[in-house]
Design a protein around this ligand. Structure first.
Ligand SMILES: [Zn+2]
Length: 110
């Protein structure tokens, strides 16, 4: 619930800055390491936007890829969760470089 509430709070803050009165659509970028369950986020978003400027706004979720730097391979490899092993060599010496994003990419407002 707190993620959805944070989004609504951001939308309300941005409304003051940008001068819109209604949010129609929200594009949200989520990395695989953000530990967000999309279905429950959608459900919470619908619940917390009720009675706000984002009531009935569409939530569009953009899934970003996860990436890590493998110390053993000295290469960037794709990952789908934080404690993945390297898909090339099986090493667990990975430094996560991408994938914990959770941000609003774009808004459709009026
Ligand atoms: Zn490797």
């Amino acid at each position: 619930m707190s993620i959805a509430e944070g989004i609504v709070q951001t939308l309300e803050e941005q409304a003051l800055v940008q001068g819109y009165s209604r949010v129609k659509r929200v594009w949200l970028e989520i990395g695989p390491l953000a530990a967000v369950e999309q279905e429950s986020l959608r459900f919470c978003f619908d619940a917390v936007t009720r009675g706000t400027l984002a009531e009935q706004a569409q939530l569009e979720i953009i899934e970003l890829p996860g990436e890590a730097w493998c110390l053993a391979c000295a290469a960037t490899v794709p990952i789908t969760q934080r404690y993945d092993s390297c898909s090339r060599c099986g090493s667990y010496q990975l430094q996560v470089t991408r994938g914990d994003e959770l941000r609003i990419k774009e808004l459709e407002v009026e």
